[in-house]
Design a protein around this ligand. Structure first.
Ligand SMILES: Cc1cc2nc3c(=O)[nH]c(=O)nc-3n(C[C@H](O)[C@H](O)[C@H](O)COP(=O)(O)OP(=O)(O)OC[C@H]3O[C@@H](n4cnc5c(N)ncnc54)[C@H](O)[C@@H]3O)c2cc1C
Length: 511
């Protein structure tokens, strides 16, 4: 094989590209994963960008589906130094008056905590949690780790396939705080808003994983490093700083890729993990696809929201204004959402393209749970304010500084020692920065709207839902594919299985 010829070329070394590359490598294929950025990992990004020695997770942070996917075990990532931390106090909704609703890894504790507010909700929570565990192997895993069939064949899921999250949550849970907390878990890390049609089907998954969130010791990028290391051991390469300019196509067949410097690489199989529209409009080129498909790709809807992110280094640990001491130890805090109505009002502003003055955020102090991410005696702090990806007027750069200040003041109402003296350095990231940094379309971060026909068997569009494309030997594996963002590496895993089936080889997939 010449140095420019491989069995498989994967475009993009985010989680999906690296998972895919590893599985294909394990099947004996010679693989190269090409990454545009200086560092591989995509959304698995940890950076030292405030004070040297203090690390910030600038992309994905909450890994709540690790226990669903077999990827970490299959690929032996523990041996490659991916160590997950599972904090016992997981998630707390903080009210302005100091009351709270907290979820624990221990179901008994969660149940008695919810029962403080609603005995009925506590029982419902237990019922869904136990049902989710029972349904995990027979239903959820096969559904989430294969090209989606129409429905799951499991009534608790299929019966909600026409509902929005709001409808599903309100049908089963009665207390405003339980409802608000669940809707916040739909948003982060699932990327699903309360009014997304059909996404109510995920209610039990959201309950079942709400207290499953892990963080990677040393930061999320350590997971990318492990995948990268394993790729080298698994018959392959990861080439960073290698943007792909186009996919080479002849007679309706993908032959390889051309890099931005004009180097041509050839392979039997090419896979894109780059967003759907860039894949077809730029890398493939409209001339190589039927007009109808080009239109469907153009019509694919991105989610209308993104995150306005604040990272900071603190000189002392945050002191949360919570009457219950457990709440101040939580991995994530939900602020500003005390009821479903709060969520609706906030998201109304987001969906109208306004800079929300009705604030609602997911907040964390990563160093409380992993001291390795910060200098001794200091703390890292993270705020995700949910915002429109695109403003109806003006640009994020015009408002970022004043908005950051507004958010700090507001979060300070819940955590009073977050003040100028305690904040040693802070950096704001707006959706505009996600375009520059990762080239995420319109600054969106969850791979496209998880609603209606863009869910399940028809995601992203019916013609592409089986991971193949009309161009022979060209496959897809990004978060725009089923099951979407937030299910760690699932599109990469599924693509590996589809490609292996087409090539008549076997991979070590266990689901
Ligand atoms: C701020 C933020 C917070 C998030 N929080 C969470 C969370 O807490 N939990 C969660 O589960 N998910 C979260 N996500 C979403 C998660 O990061 C994504 O679902 C995941 O990264 C998708 O993986 P991917 O491999 O499909 O894409 P990416 O990780 O985006 O990887 C695609 C890669 O392709 C590269 N690329 C693009 N164009 C080219 C080209 N022409 N040539 C070569 N390479 C190219 C990109 O640089 C990138 O590295 C978050 C995302 C962001 C941005």
């Amino acid at each position: 094989m010449s140095e420019d010829t491989f069995d498989a070329i994967v475009i993009g070394a985010g989680e999906n590209g690296l998972v895919l590359g590893n599985y294909l490598g394990r099947a004996g294929l010679n693989v190269v994963v090409c990454e545009r950025r200086l560092e591989s990992g995509g959304g698995l990004s940890t950076e030292e960008f405030t004070i040297p020695g203090c690390w910030h997770n600038t992309g994905a942070y909450y890994h709540d589906t690790v226990q669903i996917t077999p990827i970490y075990e299959d690929l032996g990532l523990v041996n490659a130094n991916t160590v997950y931390i599972h904090p016992p106090v997981q998630s707390s909704l903080l009210k302005r008056d100091g009351e709270s609703l907290t979820l624990f890894t221990d179901l008994e504790q969660t149940e008695s905590e919810i029962a403080r507010w609603s005995k009925e909700d506590a029982q419902t929570w237990r019922r869904h949690s136990e049902a989710f565990q029972s349904a995990l192997n027979p239903y959820y895993q096969p559904y989430l780790l294969n090209p989606a069939p129409n429905g799951m064949g499991y009534d608790d899921f299929d019966s909600r396939s026409e509902l929005t999250p709001l409808e599903a949550v309100q049908a089963d849970f009665k207390h405003p705080m339980t409802q608000a907390l669940l809707l916040s878990h739909f948003m982060i890390p699932r990327g699903i808003l309360h009014n997304y049609a059909g996404a109510g089907r995920f209610l039990q998954l959201v309950v079942g994983t709400a207290a499953s969130t892990r963080i990677v010791e040393g930061g999320s990028h350590e997971l990318a490093q492990s995948l990268w290391t394993e790729q080298l051991r698994n018959n392959g390469w990861v080439w960073d700083s290698t943007p792909i300019k186009r996919i080479l196509i002849e007679d309706g067949q993908a032959l390889g890729v051309e890099t931005s410097t004009g180097r041509k690489l050839y392979a039997k199989v090419v896979v894109s993990t780059v967003d759907l529209q860039t894949t077809f409009q730029t890398l493939v080129g409209q001339e190589h696809i039927p007009q109808e498909l080009a239109q469907q790709v153009q019509d694919y809807q991105l989610e209308e929201f993104s995150l306005f992110v604040l990272h900071a280094v603190l000189s002392e640990a945050p002191q949360v204004n919570a009457k219950d001491d457990h709440a101040s130890k939580a991995l994530r805090w939900t602020l500003g959402f005390e009821s479903a109505e709060d969520v609706q009002e906030h998201i109304r502003q987001v969906q109208a393209g306004e800079v929300p003055n009705r604030l609602g955020a997911i907040v964390s102090c990563p160093s409380l749970h992993d001291a390795s991410q910060v200098l001794p005696g200091k703390h890292t702090f993270l705020i995700w304010q949910i915002v429109p990806s695109q403003l109806k007027s003006g640009a994020w750069s015009d408002v970022a500084d004043s908005y950051a200040e507004k958010i700090w003041n507001w979060v300070g109402e819940y955590i009073p020692n977050l003040n100028g003296k305690n904040i040693l350095k802070q950096v704001a990231m707006s959706p505009q920065d996600f375009v520059t940094k990762w080239q995420y379309p319109q600054g969106t971060v969850f791979g496209g709207k998880a609603a209606g026909a863009q869910l399940g068997a028809t995601r992203p569009i019916p013609e592409l839902a089986n991971y193949r494309t009309p161009i022979k030997n060209l496959y897809l594996a990004g978060a725009y594919m089923h099951p979407g963002a937030g299910i760690e590496g699932a599109p990469g895993y599924i693509a590996a299985k589809v490609i292996a089936a087409d090539l008549g080889i076997s991979i070590p997939a266990s689901v």
